[in-house]
Design a binder for this molecule. Sequence first.
Ligand code: 5GP
Ligand code: ZN
Length: 137
Amino acid sequence: MDKNTCIFCKIANGEIPSATLYEDSMFRVILDLSPASKGHALILPKKHFENLFDMPEEEGKEILLLAKKVGTKLKEVLSCDGMNLIQNNGSSAGQTVFHFHMHLIPRNEGDDIKLNWEPGVLSEEVKQLILEKFTKE
Ligand code: 5GP
Ligand code: ZN
C-alpha cells in the first residue's frame, strides 16, 4: 500500500477529517472509530511506513515520548485507572491497517476488555535455542 491509497496517510495528513486530540509536524493522534474503551486513541505518524520493522529512527525516537504525553493527558481527562499501549505488526499479530499506528486504550478496574492470551510455559529447550540464536546472530 502506498500513501495515495492509504487511509491513515490521508487521516494523518488532514486530507480526511478525524477527531484529532493532538498534532505536530511528525504525528497526529486521533480517536479510534471502533474503540475498545472510551477514549481509545491512535498515534499515527504522518510519514507512511507499514510497521515497527520499517519505522525510521526519527519517528522511533519520538513515539514513546508522545505516547507518555498524550497518554498522561488522556488519563487525566478521563480519570481512568490505567492504559494499554498496543502496537500490532503484521496480519498474524492483528494488524488490519498497514500504516504504523500505536493504540492507547484507557482501562478501568473491572472493565471487561479482553486483550488476554493463555499463558504458556517457557521450556528449557526453547529458552536455550532462542538465547543461543539471538546472541550469536
Ligand atoms: P490494527 O488492528 O491495525 O492494529 O488497528 C486498526 C485500528 O484502526 C482499529 O482499532 C480500527 O478501529 C481503527 N480504524 C480503522 N479505520 C479507521 C478510520 O477510518 N478512522 C479511525 N479513526 N479509526 C480507524
Ligand atoms: Zn499510510
